[in-house]
Design a protein around this ligand. Sequence first.
Ligand SMILES: NC(=O)c1ccc[n+]([C@@H]2O[C@H](COP(=O)([O-])OP(=O)(O)OC[C@H]3O[C@@H](n4cnc5c(N)ncnc54)[C@H](OP(=O)(O)O)[C@@H]3O)[C@@H](O)[C@H]2O)c1
Length: 311
Amino acid sequence: MSSPRVLLALALAPILTFLRRRSSRRSRKLPRKNERILLIGASSGIGRTLAHQYAALGVKSLCVVGRRPDMIAEVASEADSATAREGTTEVLGVAADFTKVEDMVNLRTQLESKWGGIDTLIVVAGVSALRPLLEISGKGDKEGIQHLVDVSNRAIEGNFTGPLIAAATFIPLLQRTSSSPSILLVNSLASAIPAPTRALYASTKASSLHLYQALAIEHPLIAFTNFLPSTVEGDFRASAIDGGTPREADPNKTGLKRVDVARRCIQAIERGEKNVFMPWVMGPAHLLYWMWPRLLERFASKKYQFSVETQ
Ligand SMILES: NC(=O)c1ccc[n+]([C@@H]2O[C@H](COP(=O)([O-])OP(=O)(O)OC[C@H]3O[C@@H](n4cnc5c(N)ncnc54)[C@H](OP(=O)(O)O)[C@@H]3O)[C@@H](O)[C@H]2O)c1
């Protein structure tokens, strides 16, 4: 790519980001003391921190969901203690799996009978996968490729089917019971800028991003926010569904802080922002990828310590 095009791309990127941010804002009118929030994927990490922050802000009701009952009970009790002094947040902990239709429909029935509905749905749950694709399929024989398909189905379940079921279950409830409905999907920068060793992760996260972006057009009365952070501190990679181990720098040293990510999620919902990159500079970087892919591919290979020769 010639240098005038690169310069033009660099000059236009911040302007486009600024215009996009301004045009996507539609501030929310709902006071926090009236807000009923459903947080799916709250047993650890970003979701857990969001639970603490929402309770401290004194929202009306907060339901925390995850598969591990002991962890969910712990988060619910932490949120109870974080409730603002003058606040009266009602905290509900529910152990449920968002990839199971029955669990989500039961949850909806429970929330409708207890609270009369919800105002905000936050989908944080997701699964990681860390290995180069052809490492998962091994020798490329029948068994190896079948193993790859099995791993891929687990990635699809955790990163696409779960968000799909959550949307199909809770959009009707939001539309029926909230005067100011919002949905935030915690997605990933990997959906916008591809990375080596993340083929399954990035492609399955991208599928739920596109799903929610299309749903935002189909449901204009719901404010949708898609949140795309880069690496965040925590143990997300420890439970990788492909058994992979991270090659990049320790996220607990270099990643975004969970408290900052959670704070930015809440701000984005309240401002009605549509697509949020964190850090913001990844928005222009994503545009740059389409204009100068090789540059971004080089950065991504470096970050994930990947080279074709070492494969
Ligand atoms: N960490 C990062 O570097 C990073 C970067 C960009 C984007 N993200 C995205 O941020 C989100 C949260 O990541 P995190 O760092 O907070 O990871 P985390 O600590 O592993 O949190 C994931 C949460 O999702 C829940 N969950 C997973 N599968 C579920 C299911 N089937 N049903 C219900 N809950 C389920 C887990 O609880 P249970 O195990 O109890 O179910 C856990 O509470 C993910 O969607 C991830 O893609 C993370």
